[in-house]
Design a protein around this ligand. Structure first.
Ligand SMILES: [Mn+2]
Length: 315
């Protein structure tokens, strides 16, 4: 059932105990949103727990309360399960098995499957963090400095630090207000942009796989399974093919194993969420992802066919 943001806050604050979760392969929006909401519940003295069925990339170590995030290992009783930034129940992993409570979902993915009992969906919001900050504003709550840092991180990371097409005047207004709460944007940017040298060597390796196909409109890189095994964060690498002149769609293939390939898609105009959705994935119009249970070569072939026909349509 679709609900308004004020209904969402009514459901949230009527609960005596909540579990907050987000999607596997957590990003800045997922983690920042989870932590900001957790801190709000703590402030309101509502029993809240944070659950996430994945590792937390060390990149986010500057965020407060990360140690409060638990892996789902046993059944948990709660009045409400709040799912943030996840468009599909599969995206929360084992959390759904261990928490049997009504599900409230706050999300901004246009591909949201409507899995939750209560859904507030705003596909125009740059981030789930923007939705959450709207909720703070609606409740008349000024976030403390650390909570504001969580919200700012959520918003800034999902709009490429205010450069992507999803950046709106609200995105910038919210960021400005969060700075008034004490956020230091240079510290957030530095924490997120500083990488170990090994990550740059991995980048060199991955950039060697760069291919430009379909008359220069598609650029892709491939992360081989041995590179993935090192455990380096490779998510940003898609920005390199994405930045090439004339490229409409950028693709990153990750060879998870011999028979499974994960695909990230970025575009300038083409609706890549529709392509991702056709392979059982999802995302946003200009940033989406999916997986194909095939070896790399076959996955590539299928994606190129889908991308070629999407490019035909926008001609
Ligand atoms: Mn998001």
């Amino acid at each position: 059932m679709n609900i308004s943001l004020s209904q969402a806050s009514q459901y949230m604050f009527a609960a005596e105990s909540v579990v907050i979760t987000g999607h596997v392969h957590p990003d800045g929006d997922c983690l920042g949103s989870m932590l900001a909401l957790f801190r709000l519940f703590q402030q309101k003295r509502v029993k809240a727990r944070l659950l996430l069925d994945d590792e937390i990339p060390s990149l986010y170590a500057f965020l407060p309360d990360l140690h409060e995030i638990e892996r789902p290992i046993e059944p948990i009783e709660a009045d409400l399960l709040i799912v943030l930034d996840a468009s599909d129940i599969e995206r929360i992993g084992k959390v759904r098995e261990y928490v049997s409570a009504p599900v409230l979902n706050l999300d901004h993915h246009i591909s949201n499957t409507g899995f939750a009992d209560y859904l507030f969906l705003d596909p125009l919001a740059a981030a789930t963090g923007s939705i959450l900050y709207s909720l703070f504003r609606q409740e008349g709550i000024k976030p403390d400095e650390l909570t504001a840092t969580c919200l700012y991180t959520a918003i800034a990371t999902d709009c490429g630090f205010f450069r992507y097409a999803n950046t709106t005047s609200d995105t910038l207004r919210y960021a400005a207000e969060l700075l008034d709460c004490g956020v230091q944007p240079a510290l957030v940017a530095e924490a997120l942009e500083t990488k170990p040298a090994s990550n740059i060597f991995t980048l060199i390796h991955v950039l060697e796989t760069l291919e430009i196909v379909l008359e220069g409109k598609v650029a892709c890189v491939t992360v081989a399974s041995d590179v993935l095994e090192i455990g380096e964060s490779t998510d940003d690498f898609i920005n390199y093919p994405r930045s090439i002149e004339g490229v409409e769609v950028a693709i990153m293939f990750k060879q998870t194993d011999a028979s499974f390939t994960r695909i990230s898609l970025r575009s300038r105009n083409v609706d890549v969420s529709a392509i991702a959705l056709s392979f059982g994935g999802g995302g946003h119009k200009r940033a989406a992802g999916c997986s194909i249970a095939s070896p790399l070569d076959e996955a590539k072939r299928q994606i190129f066919v889908a991308v070629a026909s999407a490019l035909e349509e926008v001609k």
